[in-house]
Design a protein around this ligand. Structure first.
Ligand SMILES: [Zn+2]
Length: 244
């Protein structure tokens, strides 16, 4: 750890609330407010209490992309059951071209990473030729995350200016995090967004930041304290993240 990455200064720290396994197990109650999230970062993603949409933190604002596709700035007291934020301070700032698919975008991000054993924040900005997203909706029928994934609504956008806000997490973090890439999209006009499923672009600005401090805040509510989280949730999580 270099002096620059000291967690004491709050830089290069990934702040995560709850675990991916808790989300998979259906613990959808809010455990952190948007106001509190912004105290730990200006950049990030997550979901809202009762799965009322996808959460995107960009430039110190929290946006809520609901299941009906509408986007609004989340109230400061709106709560999230799961979120990951950081203070975005990139050390790579480059341009990438001919991103014909999400897979190619991931290859560019791979090249920007020096290691597979630390976390990274990634931000890509520009005009996207195509973007496909989804957003979860609240439902009384949600048992586990996989049930919500089956009911999610998808959106397609063409020639849209926007940003991808995301993280790369190492494989060993799958016990509590979402391994690999995880992006949320938000349009420049803040009217469209969601959890990214696919995209393409001619050229984008790519910025990334290595994150070597990890702060995990665990819920103290009864549902979390009493839940059985001993089961490996990786397969269910992978399905819920990629289902469409
Ligand atoms: Zn997501």
């Amino acid at each position: 750890m270099t002096s620059k990455s000291s967690g004491l200064s709050g830089t290069h720290t990934l702040f995560q609330v709850s675990t991916s396994g808790a989300l998979v197990a259906g613990l959808f109650s809010g455990v952190v407010s948007c106001r509190a999230l912004l105290q730990h970062g200006d950049f990030g993603l997550g979901t809202f209490a009762n799965l009322d949409g996808e959460l995107v933190v960009v430039d110190d604002h929290v946006y809520q992309v609901r299941g009906d596709g509408t986007v609004s700035e989340a109230p400061a007291d709106a709560e999230a059951p799961f979120a990951v934020v950081t203070r975005f301070d990139p050390d790579v700032d480059s341009h990438v071209t001919d991103l014909e698919s999400f897979a190619i975008l991931e290859e560019y991000c791979d090249k920007a990473r020096l290691s597979s054993n630390i976390f990274y924040a990634f931000r890509l900005d520009g005009i996207f030729e195509t973007v496909r997203t989804r957003a979860v909706s609240p439902s009384l029928n949600h048992g586990r995350l996989i049930d919500a994934a089956k009911a999610q609504v998808e959106f397609s956008f063409n020639n849209i200016a926007g940003s991808l806000i995301g993280f790369w997490s190492p494989g060993f973090s799958s016990a509590f995090s979402i391994p690999g890439y995880h992006f949320h999209f938000i349009s420049n006009d803040r009217r469209h967004g969601g959890h990214l499923l696919a995209c393409s672009a001619k050229a984008l600005r790519l910025r990334s930041e290595p994150l070597t401090d990890f702060h995990l805040a665990l819920p103290e509510n009864e549902a979390f304290l009493k839940a059985d989280l001993s089961k490996n949730s990786a397969d269910e999580l992978a399905y819920a993240e990629k289902a469409h």
